[in-house]
Every structure is written in structure tokens, then in C-alpha cells.
Design a protein around this ligand. Sequence first.
Ligand SMILES: *Cc1c(COP(=O)(O)O)cnc(C)c1O
Length: 354
Amino acid sequence: MSGVSAVPTRADLVSLPAYVPGRTIPGAIKLASNEVPGGPLPSVVKAITEAASSVNRYPDTGAQAVVERIAREFDVSPTQVAVGCGSVSLCQQLVQSLCAPGDEVIFAWRSFEAYPIVTQVANATGVRVPLTAGHELDLDAMLAAITPKTRLIFVCTPNNPTGTVIRRAALERFLDAVPEGVLVVLDEAYWEFVTDPDVTDGLEYARTRPNVAVLRTFSKAYGLAGLRVGYAVAPEAVAVALRKVCVAFSVNALAQAAAIASLDARDELMARCKEIVAERTRVYDALVEAGYEVPETNANFVWLPLGDKATAFSEHALDHKVVVRPFAGDGVRVTIGHPEENDVFLTAARSFAR
Ligand SMILES: *Cc1c(COP(=O)(O)O)cnc(C)c1O
């Protein structure tokens, strides 16, 4: 057996961009994947450990206890909540639930790199709308991109990788203008790090508007990236569809237990986020001081729009044993870590020859 096969796979997968994960290099500081630097809280580890003794059993495929806990925490109806194997899985489920082959999905570019991938995997057509010169989502251009084939629009705020946000007035104007039959998906993976007082809680719209869904995740602020659990708050019919296309049992038992324990420890976790936000301000100021252009960020990362120098910057950081996330020809995204880690990064940034 050589492994060679005549079995045809989908021809279009050749053109599917690969998701590029942040690199992990032994001994280096990883500021490449927007993880939080602290390990899970003791109470969360305890919940995971307890759940581990029952993994001979299948998990609750609807993650009902998590759904109800989320509904209670955020004052939404459980019928509007769907839990997924990370919110990236919910992104894919949304496209699968709403789009027939050839239907269109609008997203900004550059934005979360999973959007074009999940769109193509689900046989829909991605429509990329360039960011503004200020590295923000161009909502007017996104509106102009709507056609009769548009089924959903991913609106990432804060935007990964640029960190920019959409403020209340602009968002409401946009939501008012989107046709009712098009779902607006507010991807708020970094919501817990937002400090701008003009940024609204997307759940406010998911509660009241019939074509708005919100995606949140336990991977970032809650520190559970390795366990894979996120949630959507969506119009009831969309939540039903999300559950239908979910791979059975894909939200595992440890993730479910950890999600509930994390919501129980939310105050403690939010206090940690405050520390990250303080470090974000310090790193941002230091970079500006060093002469970098840095868009204002409300996430746990900063964006350096270095253009052609992105790859060289990343290599230079690696020489200082810091792994950042370059997007060749475009920029570099750097996650905020522990103060000592950020210091090593800043030393590298200051010594980069531009
Ligand atoms: C990290 C991230 C997610 C989801 O992460 P999961 O680990 O799959 O929950 C979703 N959207 C954006 C914009 C992200 O950066």
C-alpha cells in the first residue's frame, strides 16, 4: 500500500487557504494566538478534574446545562443559545445553516482568518470587503456589497487582527440598513477586553433585533482555548438550525464542565482581564513612543501595520525568542502577555531596524 488513491476529493479544496495557527516554539515566548497568559483558575481545574472521571460516558450533546447557565448569566432565553466546539465551529455552522451553494457571505478583510475557510467549506461564496485606511471595518462598503444572494455578514468587533471596534452609532446605523433577511453576526470573541465606553454589548441587539446573532468564546478571556467551547446568542430559528448542523457530541464533557465553572468564577476572570488591559495600554504607549503606527485596540493584542516588513519583524522578534503572528505583506499581530513577556517583546520592537 502506497497511500495513493483514485478516490476524488473536492476539487475546490486545493484553493482552500489553510488556517495558520500561531507557532509554538519551545523556550520562546508565545504572543501569537491571543491566548491569555495565566493558566486556568483552581476552581476551573477542579471542575475539569472531576468531569474527567466520567469520560467513559458521552457528553450531553445539546450541552443543556451550559445553555441554561449562559442564558441566566446574560439574561437571554435558552432557546436563543447554541453552544459549539469553539466559536469558530459556530461560524461554520452558521454558514451551513443559512447558505445554499453559491449564496454569499460578506466579511471584512483583513479579519478573522477562519471566515473565508468556513465559508468555502460550506460551499458558500465569500465576499471580502477591504478595511478602511484606519484599519477599521468599512461598514458602508459592506452594506454596498449586499446582493440578493447575501445570507450573512460577519462583523468582527474588536476586529481580529487589527483590534479596532465599531461604536454604537455606526453599528446601529448599519443594523438599521441591513435587510431583515440577512443575518448580521457580531463576532465578539474579545468583548471582555473592550474598554471603549461607546462600544455596546452586542447581546443588546441579539435580544431585540430579529436578524442579529452574537458569537462569544471561552477561549480568550476565560482562558479555555485548549478545551474548545463557545456560544451563539441568535434568533430562535437560527439557534435551532445551529443545533441541527452541529457535529453530535462535539462539545466535550470537560469543556462543558469548565464553561460552567468559568461562568461561576466570572468576577475573578474579569479581574485578570483588567490586568491584561493595563498591560495593553503600557505596550501600546511604548510602541507609539518607539515610533510605530498602532491602531487603537480594544482587544488583548496590538496590530502593527508594517506592510512588506511584517515577515522581517516577525523574524527579528523570533531572534529575541518572541513568537508573534505575521501576516505577510500586511502586518503583525502581537498578543498581550505577562509584563515580563511584554518587556522582552518591547525590547525586540525597539531594536527593529525600520
Ligand atoms: C479566537 C477567535 C474566535 C474563536 O475561537 P474559538 O477558540 O474557536 O472559540 C472567533 N472569532 C474570532 C474573531 C477570534 O479571534
